[in-house]
Design a protein around this ligand. Structure first.
Ligand code: TXA
Ligand code: MG
Length: 353
């Protein structure tokens, strides 16, 4: 299959030229094909959520286990009534506060949603993305887009269209290239099917932000405790996701001892002939001696780190780096999501100095 790559920037999403492209992409979806598209979090791999055949194709293109359910993306609140069987008050409250935006809600599904889309579950994940191109694409596609992140299963989620192409070229009909995404980490997932709302995956919308709207919110135990034997409630969270090819170790502690320890480890690895990558920050990268030293951004603005993390992990893959040492990041605000992804990428390998 020939994969068509078309540029369409968010600010141009309502031009005549964009309309033609969106119409074309919508027609691909209506015929059961697949289109990757930008959102505010990461690129998604879209298919018709109500067509079981489209969902099967998504799993095949990604090489994803079929027990790992897909998120259904909508472009207007009313559309939720077709795919959810019960809509608690909390769902409307969250939608009013955060949609369109980087928040996914788990609700009980209706019969309109095939089990192929929900990985066999009776619940469905629903999100309205905060990205104009994404919303228009969903509208032109008939309103219900099943979309996991547009990466090969097990690789970091794509934050640029070139990474979608790297993973999915020849496997899908079209890629809408909207440039680099804004947030860079996947949406927060909150489960509303139990008595108390529970976060299944941390993201840009934090526990504190959710609690302002809902009152008390809990967090899936498996996110906080890496040794937990319990299965995470979001099936996808059990995979060693977001993983680079290299072995990644996080070094945690105060800035100066961390820099010193990373340089020691680097020297040691290099003496064994290993190629070393380092993840530092703007304030520290000048002090490192790795083969490839990258700044994740600026600690005063943790959004910058969220945006660059997956790109850095992919670049290390391209550079054939075999060992990565990373600084640790503050575990508050968006830092919770950053550390959740980084710990997964590291297989929870942390050294404290
Ligand atoms: O930001 C995002 O959410 C991106 C963009 C494209 O929207 N999408 C995304 O999809 O990250 P994906 O498939 O890579 O991750 C979806 C996660 C998986 O961990 C999956 O197990 C979980 O959501 N999930 C989906 N449906 C679920 C359900 N009914 N119950 C529990 N977890 C569910
Ligand atoms: Mg994913």
């Amino acid at each position: 299959m020939n994969t068509k790559l078309v540029e369409i920037m968010e600010e141009d999403a309502d031009t005549e030229a964009a309309r033609k492209i969106l119409e074309e992409s919508g027609n691909i979806i209506k015929k059961g094909g697949l289109v990757a598209f930008p959102t505010e979090t990461v690129y998604g791999l879209g298919g018709d959520a109500l067509n079981p055949e489209s969902s099967r194709k998504i799993y095949a293109a990604k090489g994803r286990p079929s027990d790992n359910p897909l998120i259904v993306h909508i472009c207007q609140w009313e559309d939720i009534y077709k795919i959810a069987s019960k809509i608690p008050k909390n769902a409307k409250k969250l939608a009013d506060a955060f949609w369109p935006g980087p928040l996914t809600m788990i609700l009980n599904k209706s019969d309109a949603v095939p089990k192929e889309t929900t990985g066999g579950l009776d619940t469905v994940a629903i999100r309205m993305p905060g990205h104009k191109t994404a919303l228009e694409f969903i509208r032109y596609s008939g309103g219900y887009i099943a979309a996991p992140s547009a990466n090969t299963s097990g690789r970091p989620s794509p934050t640029l269209a070139k990474y979608v192409k790297e993973d999915l070229d020849g496997k899908i009909e079209m890629i809408l290239d909207g440039g680099q995404v804004g947030i860079g980490l996947e949406s927060t997932i909150v489960d509303l099917t139990e008595q108390e709302p529970m976060i299944l995956r941390p993201g840009y919308i934090t526990k504190e932000m959710l609690e302002k709207v809902l009152g008390s919110v809990s967090v899936d135990k498996t996110i906080l405790d890496s040794n937990s034997k319990q299965a995470p409630k979001a099936p996808g969270m059990k995979y060693r996701h977001y993983a680079p090819k290299a072995d990644l170790t996080i070094i945690s502690g105060k800035q100066d001892p961390v820099v010193k320890r990373i340089n020691e480890l680097t020297k040691d690895s290099q003496s064994k002939g290993l190629k070393v990558g380092i993840i530092g920050t703007d304030a520290t990268i000048a002090n490192y001696y790795g083969d490839s030293v990258k700044s994740a951004g600026n600690r005063q603005e943790e959004e910058t780190i969220a945006r660059e993390l997956y790109r850095i992990l992919r670049e290390f893959d391209d550079e054939d780096i075999s060992v990565i040492y990373s600084e640790s990041f503050d575990d508050s605000g968006i830092g919770q999501a950053i550390m959740n992804r980084l710990l997964k990428a590291a297989g929870h390998h942390v050294e404290t100095v």
